[in-house]
Write a protein of this length. Structure first.
Length: 343
């Protein structure tokens, strides 16, 4: 084999001449200097923990597609909320798996003040008053077809859904929810919810808008968790955003803020860091990402196979949200990462 020896250009410049002595590796040379110049940090105060609740007692049902995540009966959900508060996690977000017999065409069980979500709110508020509770007013866990809205003649009807979601939001607030987070993407929901909360004396209840929720394949494991996977017919493209669009996401956020949203959320998370950055730069509002079930499961699955270091991938993905401009992240990793940050 011929060996090729590249010729040095005549009068080759030294690296110091090339860089003008600006060597960017200087500040990366040691752990102490890297820590000193680190621009973004992940802390326990950045975490919101989504949990799944079910009726019954002493139930801790594994979710196959989400290793380490369980459906919890309320007694255990309260214990987990206590653990979260001790770890310093500021808030939890609850999602129900409702028995099939209680699901119908309009998701009417969402209006029952005694449904599992409202009972969870009351139980957790009573036992752990220091933790924030975020509830979703979307209909999907309550409908027999798994859609977030009322389905009539194959169409998700906007205005009737807004009425239902708005009534649900007021009931959730009266159960003690601190933040209403409607995830259904119906037009006008934020303004309608704000008006109704105020009319019922819930001026202090905030709204976190799932302003930019994309039609996404990454929700798969969540649908197993809440039991909508087998029910859902078709897709959610008539209400969730097209994942090809970015200007439209900005318009959605702009509109939700005009209607009274206190906080914005981008969902899913990691594939949409560009959207997070745009919203933060454009509106300078409290901005959150939902690192959704599929993102969690991908990291867990690859780690379980020994293909990646799960802890490092978890921390890197969460810090990426901070770098993109997030004030906080909804993540199923919350207790795990909080324990790690504490230790
Ligand atoms: C629906 C809803 C979804 C998630 C939470 N609420 C998406 C869907 O089922 O279409 C996804 C959360 C996750 O994947 O972790 N309102």
């Amino acid at each position: 084999m011929n060996k090729f020896t590249p010729a040095k250009p005549a009068g080759a410049r030294s690296v110091d001449e090339i860089t003008g002595s600006r060597r960017l590796r200087r500040m990366r040379k040691a752990d102490w200097s890297r820590r000193l110049v680190q621009e973004n940090r992940l802390g326990v105060d950045d975490l919101i923990w989504p949990i799944f609740v079910v009726d019954g007692k002493n139930i801790r049902e594994p979710i196959a597609a989400m290793p380490g995540v369980f459906r919890l009966s309320l007694d255990l959900a309260v214990k987990e909320a206590e653990r979260a508060a001790k770890l310093g996690i500021p808030a939890i977000a609850t999602f129900p798996n409702v028995e099939l017999g209680l699901r119908d065409q309009t998701g009417s069980h969402i209006l029952d003040p005694e449904n599992v979500i409202n009972r969870a709110t009351r139980a957790i508020k009573h036992a752990v008053p220091e933790i924030g509770i975020i509830t979703d007013a979307a209909l999907d866990p309550f409908t027999s077809h798994g859609h977030d809205g009322i389905l009539r003649d194959g169409i998700i009807v906007n205005d009737q859904t807004v009425e239902q979601v708005t009534a649900a939001a007021v009931i959730q607030a009266s159960a003690g929810a601190d933040i209403i987070a409607p995830s259904d993407m119906m037009d006008g929901r934020i303004g309608a919810i704000r008006d109704a909360l105020d009319a019922n004396g819930f001026q202090d209840v905030a709204i976190m808008s799932y302003a930019t929720k994309f039609a996404s394949a990454f929700y798969g494991p969540y649908r197993e968790a809440v039991g909508t996977a087998g029910l859902l017919k078709g897709d959610k493209k008539t209400y969730y955003l097209d994942h090809a669009n970015s200007d439209e996401a900005v318009r959605e956020a702009e509109q939700d803020l005009a209607e009274g949203a206190d906080m914005l959320m981008v969902k899913p998370g990691l594939p949409y860091l560009d959207i997070i950055r745009r919203l933060k730069d454009e509106f300078r509002m409290p901005t959150f990402a939902y690192q959704v079930s599929g993102e969690y499961s991908m990291i867990k699955a690859a780690a379980a196979n020994g293909w990646i270091d799960g802890d490092k991938a978890m921390l890197e993905s969460l810090l990426a949200f901070k770098r993109a401009g997030c004030d906080g992240i909804l993540t199923y990793f919350a207790p795990e990462v909080a324990a790690m940050l504490k230790g």
